[in-house]
Design a protein around this ligand. Sequence first.
Ligand code: FAD
Length: 480
Amino acid sequence: MPTTLVWLRRDLRLADNPALYHAARRGGPVVAVYIHAPEETPQYRPGAASDWYLHHSLAALESALADAGIPLVLRRGPALDALRDLARACGAEAVHWNRLYEPDAVARDRRVKQALREEGLDCQSFQAALLHEPWTIRNQSGQPYKAFTPFWRTCRRAPPPETPLPAPDLGDRPAPEAERLSLEALELLPRIPWDDGLRATWTPGEAAALRRLEAFTAEALPRYHQARDLPAEPGTSRLSPALHFGELSPRQIWWQVVAAREDGAPEQASETFLSEVGWREFAHHLLWHHPDLADQPVDPRFADFPWREDPGDEWLNAWQAGRTGIPLVDAGMRELWRTGWMHNRVRMVTGSFLVKHLRLPWQAGERWFRDTLVDWDAASNAMGWQWVAGCGADAAPYFRVFNPVRQGERFDPQGGYVRRWLPALAELPDKYIHAPWEAPAAVLRDAGLTLGQDYPRPLIDLKLGREQALEAFQAIKRAD
Ligand code: FAD
């Protein structure tokens, strides 16, 4: 039997990988290829933290594939040239891949499929990254959904996803040798090392992702609905980079949760968790139907929003560096910089602060998250930012301005999260941990804290920022 090529992209796993599974079932040798071609998909052009994660995930994949008798060939793009060349070198007659859904990836994949088919290769693509492909969920009038709740209700009414496929078993089928780049040659790691925090936080790769899923379902899932909003607690799965890079599939998560429920995990906890996975599905649905989601507000009124001038990006820099003087915001931005991840509640608070209190464009926040998140995802990030800014589908209304002090008091009442990321504030009593500027001089002295020196004073008066945000919103409402 001739060789089958499997073009891996964001499906960096062996189990439940339909492209790989069906390639193995064809009977001949299998060669896996990863092609680094970020310039081909500018909409999906990851930043430095994401590249760091990818490097290590590819390293883990290479060794897991080798154990299964499948070589991983690394190449640079253009993808079509690389596939064509490799197919020739390996005598391959078929190419398999799992589908991506960002508009520019879809366009590229269509071109590749057509060209390879014209050259006589059997090209097949599969569904692996989502429970429901974005075009399959429609409302009763045949239109895409604009709101999450009815979208997810429709998904939940659909038949359950297929059970996950096993990892392929190649037996003894020696694969042809092919020229390949080293992982280092893809230049995914930072030139100036700033990745200590990432290394300390993440173990990329399928095996670690599966362990994380097991541990989460055993330990945190039963309390997920209560703990998921508390950033000081390990209440969420932290599976977002694994899901993004396809180290595991949403189907595997689904069936793991079903099993946990049969073992007694509370219904409310497991439903809430599945619905969060549903938000990821909804993000892809939105991006599919709004291809410019990362740049253009879904609500067209926001195209004329009076964003604030920020000479020299002074406020943007302070926000990025976690030096706004608002503890919950700064703790979140420092968690992001250090670990490449931020708790969802804090993503909402830091995002709202940028867009509303500082009145800086949400696209600037989208770009910073893109560069710094290990789980950066074109669909989820764009949806998240439009949600925060109030200009997206099913978004928080613009006039609902998160108060970062109240959010801290509510979701980080003992200040454990703030203390972890802002050690300068560690000795403050709980009462002032979210608003140190309100602490009497004696309290600051006892906590060893000099505002403006050890920790900044607030960049903006929160009440004034809120009022100005609402005035700006009135301006676009009037113009409507
Ligand atoms: P869990 O609570 O354990 O949830 C399980 C999985 O469900 C997550 O891994 C994720 O894949 C999915 N999920 C959960 N919440 C959401 C959500 N609101 N939207 C979409 N999917 C969700 N998520 C990303 O994966 N990539 C991004 O680039 C991204 N950018 C965001 C930007 C903003 C401004 C906001 C407000 C949210 C963003 N999110 C993004 C969504 C969410 O914050 C993360 O998915 C979540 O914090 C990941 O942590 P977890 O894996 O522990 O989540």
